[in-house]
Design a protein around this ligand. Structure first.
Ligand SMILES: NC(=O)c1ccc[n+]([C@@H]2O[C@H](COP(=O)([O-])OP(=O)(O)OC[C@H]3O[C@@H](n4cnc5c(N)ncnc54)[C@H](O)[C@@H]3O)[C@@H](O)[C@H]2O)c1
Length: 275
C-alpha cells in the first residue's frame, strides 16, 4: 500500500479494538508499517492479521504500557522488525466497566483504581514516549499523537481519575513538543468527543447517549474513522507546522457555552430563536 505515510513506521498502543484499531488500519492504508502494542495478545494478533490480509504490513505485540520493561521490549521488537519508529500514537487507556465503577466523583474514587488509571493512561503514554523518542531523534524526527478527552479539559460529574490522567497527557505532549521540537519531533494531542467504538457502543446508551449527542454540534456522534483520519494527518508531513497543539476532534463538544442544548430545545418549543 502506498500513500502519505509510505516508508513510515508507526506504533499504535491499545490498537486491539476501538479507535486504536481503526487508526492502525488507516495508517496502514496510507502506507505505514504498523505495530499494534496491546494488552491482550489475541486482540493484537487479530488486528495485525486483518491489516496483513488487506495487503498492509503489521505486527501485533502484547504489551502492558504501564510496565516499563514491557514497553522497552515492545519498542526493541518494533525496531528489530521494521528498523525504527517515526510515529507513536498513545491511544491505550483502561476503560473496562469494572475499572470505571471505581472512578466516580472525588469522594468516591477508589485509590487503587486511581493509581492504575494514572499508571496506564498517563504513565503508559510517558513510558512509550520515553522509549520511542530516542529512535525518532536517531532518524531526524517523528510525530507523536496522544489521545485525550473532554474529561481531561473540563470539570465533569464522574470519571475523575480518568480526567486527571487525560489532563496529564495534554501537558506531557506540550513538554515533548518544547523539549525535542528543534530536533524534528512533533507532539500533538487530540481531545476526543464521544466516538462510538465497541466500548462506547455498550457503555453509553439510551437517554445518556441522547444528552451527550445534544451537546455535540454535529448531527451524529463520532465514528472511529473520524479519529483515525486526524491521527493520519498529524502523523504525516501535511501537518509539518503543527506541534504542541491540542486539537478538539469532538464535533464541537468543547466549543460552546453550556446552555446551547437547553436553549436549542427552548427555541424549538417557543418557535423563535431570539431572546
Ligand atoms: N470512545 C470515545 O468516545 C473516546 C472519547 C474520548 C477519548 N477516548 C480515548 O480514545 C482512546 C481509545 O478509546 P476506545 O473507546 O477505543 O477504548 P477501548 O476500551 O475500546 O480500547 C482501548 C484498548 O486499549 C487496550 N489497553 C487497555 N489497557 C492497556 C494497557 N495497560 N496496555 C496496552 N493496552 C491497553 C485495551 O485492551 C483496548 O483494546 C482512549 O485513550 C480513550 O480514552 C475515547
Amino acid at each position: 500500500m502506498s500513500g502519505k505515510l509510505t516508508g513510515k513506521i508507526a506504533i499504535v498502543t491499545g490498537a486491539g479494538q476501538g479507535l486504536g484499531r481503526e487508526t492502525a488500519r488507516t495508517l496502514a492504508r496510507h502506507g505505514a508499517r504498523v505495530a499494534i502494542a496491546e494488552l491482550i495478545l489475541e486482540r493484537a494478533e487479530d488486528a495485525a492479521r486483518e491489516i496483513v490480509d488487506a495487503g498492509g504490513e503489521a505486527i501485533g505485540i502484547a504489551c502492558d504500557v504501564a510496565e516499563e520493561a514491557e514497553v522497552e521490549a515492545m519498542v526493541a521488537r518494533v525496531v528489530e522488525a521494521f528498523g525504527g519508529v517515526d510515529i507513536l500514537h498513545n491511544n491505550a487507556a483502561i476503560l473496562t466497566p469494572e475499572h470505571r465503577a471505581g472512578d466516580r466523583d472525588v469522594c468516591n474514587v477508589d485509590l487503587a483504581t486511581f493509581q492504575r488509571t494514572m499508571a496506564v493512561n498517563a504513565g503508559g503514554a510517558l513510558l512509550c514516549s520515553k522509549h520511542v523518542i530516542p529512535h525518532m531523534l536517531a532518524r531526524g524526527g517523528g510525530s507523536l499523537i496522544h489521545s485525550s478527552s473532554g474529561f481531561g479539559a473540563q470539570g465533569d460529574l464522574t470519571l475523575t481519575a480518568y480526567g486527571m490522567s487525560k489532563a496529564a497527557i495534554t501537558l506531557m505532549s506540550r513538554s515533548i513538543a518544547a523539549q525535542y521540537g528543534k530536533q524534528g519531533v512533533r507532539s500533538n494531542t487530540i481531545q476526543i468527543g464521544l466516538v462510538l467504538g465497541e466500548n462506547a457502543q455498550h457503555s453509553v446508551q439510551g437517554e445518556l447517549r441522547q444528552i451527550i449527542l445534544d451537546a455535540h454540534l454535529t448531527p451524529e456522534l463520532g465514528h472511529p474513522r473520524n479519529i483515525a483520519d486526524v491521527v493520519a494527518f498529524l502523523a504525516s508531513d501535511e501537518s509539518a507546522f503543527i506541534t504542541g497543539a491540542t486539537i478538539p476532534v469532538d464535533g464541537g463538544f468543547s466549543s460552546h457555552v453550556p446552555t446551547v442544548a437547553p436553549i436549542r430545545e427552548y427555541f424549538a418549543r417557543v418557535g423563535a430563536n431570539k431572546f
